[in-house]
Design a protein around this ligand. Structure first.
Ligand code: GRF
Length: 202
């Protein structure tokens, strides 16, 4: 059973999908902690309902990023966390966390990276007029959405789609894909639905 922490800053619908998969027995993980940097984030309500420990932390309370991340690492280590799952965490992971959790941090991003990294990936894709966007699950490195790609899924953008339409479609796919890919990473089993090849689109 992999001991994980989920990092989120917002609504936490991906966090919820991971909780649901754990509860359904389709994801062999134990969610030891939810780390959040926004005290009013909806994801914190979800942790209460799910009875999962949460830790809310603001960088403003620390002299620098190193001190901020050292506190997070301490919280993770005290709960024996082995793996970090970023799910809408709106902050770059710095060297302190990266060193402690090398190759054990993944992120989900709502575009086909390397296209449209950073904020509002869906808006960026729509402004660019692309007809296909999607989602990417990737390992985290020091860059902004630049780590090695694990899996991507294409989502079509139709002519009359609003931003909300596209976001809804991408998030529906995220909620299915993220728990499946995590299970694949944690168990190293091969399934037909989730290829493990870097860069594979499914
Ligand atoms: C997701 O669309 C994810 O791709 C991006 O942030 C969003 C988080 O949504 N990194 P939620 O908080 O899980 O609902």
């Amino acid at each position: 059973m992999k001991k994980i922490a989920v990092f989120a800053s917002g609504s936490g619908s991906n966090f919820q999908a991971i909780v649901d998969a754990v509860n359904a027995g389709t994801l062999d993980a134990e969610i030891r902690l939810l780390v959040c940097d926004q005290p009013s984030a909806i994801v914190l309500q979800r942790t209460q309902e799910a009875k999962i420990d949460s830790f809310c932390i603001s960088p403003k309370d620390f002299t620098d990023k190193t001190a901020f991340e050292k506190e997070i690492v301490q919280q993770l280590k005290s709960r024996d966390v082995e793996f970090i799952v970023l799910a809408g965490y709106m902050r770059l992971i710095g060297s302190t966390i990266l060193q402690e959790y090398a190759e054990s941090i993944v992120n989900i991003h709502p575009s086909l990276l390397p296209a449209f990294p950073g904020k509002d990936a869906i808006g960026q894709a729509m402004d660019a007029g692309v007809q296909i966007s999607g989602l990417t699950i990737h390992y985290v490195d020091a860059g902004m959405d630049t780590g090695p790609i694990i899996v991507q899924k294409e989502i079509k953008i139709h002519e009359n789609d609003t931003r909300d339409d596209v976001q809804k479609r991408i998030q529906q796919a995220e909620h299915i894909c993220y728990p499946k890919v995590l299970q694949e990473l944690f168990t190293k089993e091969t399934t037909n639905s989730v290829p493990r090849f870097v860069g594979k689109v499914f």
